[in-house]
Design a protein around this ligand. Structure first.
Ligand SMILES: [Zn+2]
Length: 123
């Protein structure tokens, strides 16, 4: 099971920050408790909050804290493995979740994102 839609381009401090990539990173960080959806929302802008969240995650995991994520890079790979941690609540598969992007109820097949939004992120 893959939980982190792969980045197309780099995200973070002084990177390309494609809106769809930014949303991928925010969604992934939110699912592992490193990005607060309630307070900041999951917009497509790469603001200082996102860069800080990436840096904080990198520091905590012993990665280079440059606030950047690159396709196939160490931070993306580390987040991918964190998302697959069986202790994470998204892996418990309760019948209904609310999609953190559109709010639709869904079965948690792709973590907290509904299949429709997952499809958009992967298209
Ligand atoms: Zn959705």
């Amino acid at each position: 099971m893959q939980y982190l839609p792969r980045l197309r381009r780099s995200v973070g401090h002084q990177q390309q920050n494609r809106p769809d990539d930014v949303l991928r990173v925010k969604t992934a960080l939110n699912q592992i408790g490193h990005y607060d959806v309630g307070k900041y929302g999951l917009g497509t802008g790469a603001d200082e909050t996102l860069v800080s969240a990436i840096r904080q995650y990198q520091r905590q995991r012993g990665l280079k804290a440059d606030g950047q994520m690159h396709p196939g890079g160490p931070t993306e790979r580390d987040i991918e493995s964190a998302l697959q941690d069986p202790k994470l609540d998204i892996a418990t598969r309760t019948p209904t979740y609310r999609c953190i992007i559109c709010g639709a109820p869904h079965a948690g097949l792709h973590g907290r994102i509904c299949p429709q939004c997952w499809g958009k992120l992967n298209s």
